[in-house]
Design a protein around this ligand. Structure first.
Ligand SMILES: [Fe+2]
Ligand SMILES: [Fe+2]
Length: 223
């Protein structure tokens, strides 16, 4: 696929057909954050290509496109696209948009622009952006982080995580392995904060978040 700035601009114009108000502002902020993260990671071209930069920015623009749908509409979309849902997902409307958005994005944008505008890499990143997952691509990890720390987020945890990522960045950005390890350590902190919050509130924990946390711990301890 030949991604261009013009395609990104066109998708930006399309997004208000799906979401509005604060969610629209958030989506554009996530795209900006993703562009900033891509600039850092693409300094290591073997880690992150120019095409990955476009994929990440497109995933950012599309990640919440079904978020304004009701729980009933989400479940109907899951049925229509035959998206398998766990028991947890069935009772957790907040996570459903991450399951339906990749399918809705593929149906609309691949019809509108080109068959492979929304590819597996983009779909996969959108699919894991809310809860994390045992296996996350680098695009998926960066989208997850950008969704959490983009500048319009004002929650204490978001501010703490933004600081944690950017404060230590100068000491790791030149070294690809150190940069990846730093990203993982920041994601680990975000999973810890999410799980801690859910426990405090007596809420269910999505098994994908536990799996995402375990995967980082396992990988880092066995290097
Ligand atoms: Fe989301
Ligand atoms: Fe989001």
């Amino acid at each position: 696929m030949c991604y261009t700035e013009e395609l990104i601009r066109n998708i930006c114009v399309d997004i208000p057909n799906f979401i509005s108000g604060k969610r629209l502002a958030h989506t554009y902020a996530v795209e900006q954050e993703c562009a900033a993260l891509a600039a850092i990671f693409s300094a290591h071209p073997r880690l992150f290509s120019q095409e990955d930069t476009f994929r990440l920015r497109i995933a950012a623009l599309l990640h919440d496109i079904t978020k304004e749908k009701t729980k009933e509409e989400q479940l109907a979309l899951c049925e229509a696209y035959r998206i398998p849902l766990s028991d947890y997902e069935r009772i957790s409307p907040k996570v459903l948009h991450a399951k339906t958005a990749p399918y809705a994005a593929t149906a609309y944008f691949n019809e509108r622009y080109a068959q492979n505008v929304v590819d597996d890499g983009i779909r996969d990143a959108i699919y894991t952006h809310t809860t994390g997952a045992a296996r996350m691509s680098l695009i998926g990890k960066l989208l997850y982080l950008a969704d959490y720390i983009e500048p319009t987020r004002t929650f204490e945890d978001c501010i703490a995580l933004r600081g944690r990522f950017y404060d230590a960045l100068p000491s790791v950005r030149e070294d690809a392995s150190a940069l990846l390890a730093h990203l993982d350590s920041v994601l680990l902190l975000s999973f810890d904060m999410t799980i801690e919050d859910l426990v405090k509130n007596g809420a269910c924990i999505d098994p994908n978040t536990v799996a995402a946390r375990n995967a980082i711990l396992f990988e880092r301890r066995h290097e």
